[in-house]
Design a binder for this molecule. Structure first.
Ligand code: 26V
Length: 828
């Protein structure tokens, strides 16, 4: 009987149909005859989830029995995207579910659209974390993600009165069928209170006690993370804050019943909202409390699981557990793990430090000064008095070592200290993370180089072996197989196999075919099909009619000055004015040479970032002028697609011809959408920054359009700029003059335009504008030769194996975590 009960759920079409209909009736308690997409989506999701759960519990059981080392990825952000199709393909049940649904009167595609994106992240960092979870599961690592279950995800962006407006994203409105609540997984997290030194009467040792304060309850919600065509199924555990229900009996008896409840309910808002700034640290008390709440619940959970195994002594922790800190957002884990080991487990400092240092590692994702987290010391003291004491001790021991190595160098000591001696004093989280971790990694070669040469130079000099580069990667199964089924079919047809889905290196073989006319025809048809779909999407969301034969030139990412959407729209305005002057001068031969283009923007601006919001306004103003100018015919259209998120990206990326990644060199740590675009047969127009440089090496110089100053030039220019006032490029001067004069609507965008003055131009728009326009011209010329263009897109796509998150995860496993994949097989 036991064996019978242990078999996996049946997966033939009829069984899938039964399970869906049963979930409509018994889980959702809706009439199975009443047809509505939402219920059928949810029931299908739960039916898939059932099949994940059995693999999930088996995996966890197996890992415990083998006592394998586990990886924990700590991230305050995830951008999971939709789950339904991903989970079905992982289980190899996509076709069967599609058939099952077809007979029930639904298409898988329409049900897919019912799923809402959980927007639990703000940009590349959160999406990277999600790609990593997928690759970890697929490559058979026992790895859990930990995060926060924000009640409101990243705001919904709508365009109202030609500007961004923010609306709350209550993604849980219809419930989230992929999660499982764990009321049995709860921890208390304390904040505030005071510390007291106590002398142990027996040993005479001084112990620090943390007393008083407020407790908040953390409860876990689990989301299964399936691997592709493997049984290995990992977990993403997200914490929600709850009122701790242990009532203060005193107030209860005083007749303060309601006051007591109210007091307890105050803890709810802790996980209410995700901070929407990207590359800009908010410095808010609530944010620090979120970070600590997250870290404390996570570490308590990890230690509890670890201690369940009777053979485990705490000193062995680094051999059984690897903790990866995604940015400094969870860096308070360093003193928190120390606290748990010192105060709760009674270890001595040396042992505790050995464990923390060898277990934790830190990934840096930005060098932008405003994104580096520093907390006012009085705030840390107020919320986490015990942690501040530990930080002092870490700093004290560390600085003694610095003084030993560099005697008579007090400046170095001051530079490296965790505490900045400002008014008020500040705690530098990056320093804490570097000191507390055994490895620190950057996310692209040029970025890691900058960490070692400038931002963390002192630390690199002290511990060169601590610093490693691991260039980012993306999950090609989501970004090719799932987002672009048409391209996947062409690739598999011409390779005669699907093996590239497991090993992206297999795409290399496409290079030989890049000029084959029949292959090219399939490839072009595929691109046109994706462009038509994108055109329909644009029609629906922007009410603009675009021609799928035009070049689709795409710039999608968070709106930020350093990402230079401003430079792009200035280039668009220049193109428009040029077309008009060719018309006026009746230069018809030259007009025929103009490549018809649709310029596509999308991305969110942080709600309090007014420059970024002005850039959106300018894009919309210029778009309106151009789109309504009938003189230019179909030669140029501009759209701003609202509410960019993972599922919108899945439509835009496959439909693009050219994509722009034009950050000022030295500012974009890596970029990851650049990789996704290349994988989807779109050519890059890029600055010499982040992963663009490595992509250039892989695809070859002829297949990418690079321009602008490199990091070194930017640095020199920025230091000399104050003395030299270069002339604005004539074309740029013309465009800005037109903007100021009201050519693009009544607003003159003075402050934006003033930011181009050499003394204000921190992001070198003025400097790079000329070479940017030239790169655009080169890309136009290439687009005019369809066969050559197609060959370039095929070669770039075929060159992307380095940029799969599979490669990236293998590097983390080897260089940082020291873990190996496991060999879990199904129970017989
Ligand atoms: C993000 C946030 C988000 C919420 C509130 C506070 C705060 C403070 C700082 C940051 C910066 C995070 C850095 C970041 O997002 N870096 C991006 O990471 C990507 C993945 O490695 C990389 O591709 C991008 O180039 C980099 O900008």
């Amino acid at each position: 009987l036991w064996k019978l009960l242990c078999t996996y759920l049946p997966c033939d079409v009829l069984s899938l149909q039964k399970s869906i209909v049963q979930h409509v009736e018994y889980t959702l308690a809706r009439r199975r005859y009443k047809r509505d997409k939402c219920s059928f989506y949810q029931a299908t999701a739960i039916s898939v989830r059932d099949r994940l759960i059995e693999r999930w519990t088996d995996t966890q059981q197996y890992l415990s029995s083998k006592d394998s080392k586990r990886v924990y990825y700590l991230s305050l952000e995830y951008l999971l995207g939709r789950n339904l199709q991903n989970a079905m393909s992982c289980l190899a049940l996509r076709n069967r579910y599609a058939a099952a649904l077809e007979e029930l009167g639904y298409s898988l595609e329409e049900l897919t659209e019912e799923e809402r994106d959980p927007g639990l992240g703000s940009g590349g960092l959160g999406r990277l974390a999600s790609c990593f979870l997928d690759s970890l599961a697929t490559l058979n690592f026992g790895a859990w993600g930990y995060g926060l279950r924000y009640k409101f995800g990243l705001f919904e962006q709508r365009l109202i009165s030609k500007a961004q407006a923010e609306f709350p994203d209550f993604w849980l409105k219809e419930g989230y069928p992929w999660e499982v609540e764990r009321p049995d997984v709860q921890y208390l997290v304390r904040m505030y209170g005071e510390v007291e030194d106590r002398v142990d009467p027996e040993t005479g040792e001084v112990k620090v006690a943390w007393k008083g304060g407020e407790d908040v309850l953390a409860e876990g919600f689990d989301i299964p993370v399936p691997g592709f065509h493997t049984l290995n199924t990992n977990n993403l555990r997200l914490w929600t804050s709850k009122a701790s229900c242990e009532f203060d009996l005193g107030s209860f008896n005083d007749g303060q019943y309601y006051a007591a409840i109210e007091e307890k309910e105050r803890s709810e808002p802790l996980t209410s909202v995700l901070y929407p700034c990207d590359n800009n640290a908010p410095g808010k008390e609530l944010r620090l409390r979120q970070q600590y709440f997250f870290v404390s619940a996570t570490l308590q959970d990890i230690l509890r699981r670890y201690k369940k195994s009777p053979s485990h002594g705490l000193l062995d922790l680094p051999n059984k557990v690897a903790i990866q800190l995604n940015e400094t957002h969870p860096a308070i884990a360093i003193p928190e793990l120390m606290r748990l080991l010192l105060d709760d487990e009674n270890l001595c400092w040396q042992d505790a430090w050995h464990i923390v240092h060898n277990t934790c590692a830190y990934t840096n994702h930005t060098v932008m000064p405003e994104a580096l987290e520093i907390w006012p010391l009085p705030l840390v003291e107020q919320i986490l008095p015990r942690h501040l004491r530990i930080i002092y001790e870490i700093n004290h021991q560390f600085l003694s070592e610095v003084r030993r190595r560099w005697p008579g160098d007090p400046q170095r000591v001051a530079r490296m200290s965790i505490i900045e001696e400002s008014e008020p004093k500040m705690v530098k989280m990056a320093h804490l993370a570097i000191i507390g971790c055994h490895k620190v990694n950057g996310v692209a070669q040029v970025h890691t180089g900058l960490l070692c040469k400038s931002l963390f130079r002192d630390f690199y000099e002290m511990w060169p072996e601590k610093f490693v580069n691991i260039t980012n990667g993306v999950n090609h199964r989501r970004w090719m197989l799932q987002a672009n089924p048409a391209m996947s079919a062409v690739i598999s047809k011409w390779l005669g196999t699907h093996d590239w889905v497991h090993d992206l290196g297999r795409l290399e073989r496409l290079k030989e075919l890049s000029s084959n006319p029949e292959f090219q025809r399939d490839w072009q048809e595929m691109k046109r099909y994706n462009k038509r779909k994108l055109a329909e999407f644009i029609e629906r969301t922007c009410d603009v009619d675009v021609d799928a034969d035009a070049m689709f030139d795409v710039h999608v990412k968070r709106i930020h000055e350093y990402k230079r959407q401003f430079m792009n729209i200035l280039g668009v305005a220049y193109r428009y004015l040029r077309i008009l002057s060719l018309l006026a001068e009746e230069k018809f031969d030259e007009l025929r040479q103009v490549v018809p283009k649709v310029v596509i923007f999308a991305g969110k601006a942080a709600p309090n970032y007014s420059v970024a919001k002005d850039v959106i306004k300018l894009i919309i103003a210029i778009a309106d002028t151009i789109n309504s100018d009938t003189r230019i015919g179909g030669l140029l259209k501009v759209v701003f697609i609202p509410n960019y998120n993972v599922s919108v990206a899945e439509v835009i990326i496959p439909g693009s011809d050219l994509s722009q990644h034009i950050s000022t060199a030295g500012f974009e740590a890596s970029g990851t959408s650049n990789m996704k675009f290349c994988m989807n047969g779109s050519l890059l127009l890029g600055s010499r920054d982040g992963a663009n440089l490595e992509i250039e090496q892989s695809v070859g110089r002829a297949n990418i359009f690079m321009f602008g100053a490199n990091t070194k030039e930017v640095r020199t220019l920025q230091t000399t700029m104050q003395y030299r006032k270069p002339q604005l490029d004539g074309r740029l001067a013309h465009v800005t003059q037109e903007i100021r004069s009201g050519r693009f609507g009544p607003t003159s965008f003075d402050s934006l335009v003033d930011s181009l003055l050499p003394e204000n131009d921190r992001y070198m728009v003025g400097h790079d504008f000329g070479s940017y326009l030239e790169a655009l011209e080169v890309s136009d010329a290439a687009f005019r030769k369809p066969e050559e263009w197609t060959a370039k897109t095929i070669v770039s796509c075929a060159s992307m194996s380095r940029f799969s998150s599979d490669r990236c995860i293998r590097e983390y496993a080897e260089k940082i975590w020291n873990v190996e994949p496991h060999q879990f097989r199904p129970p017989n």
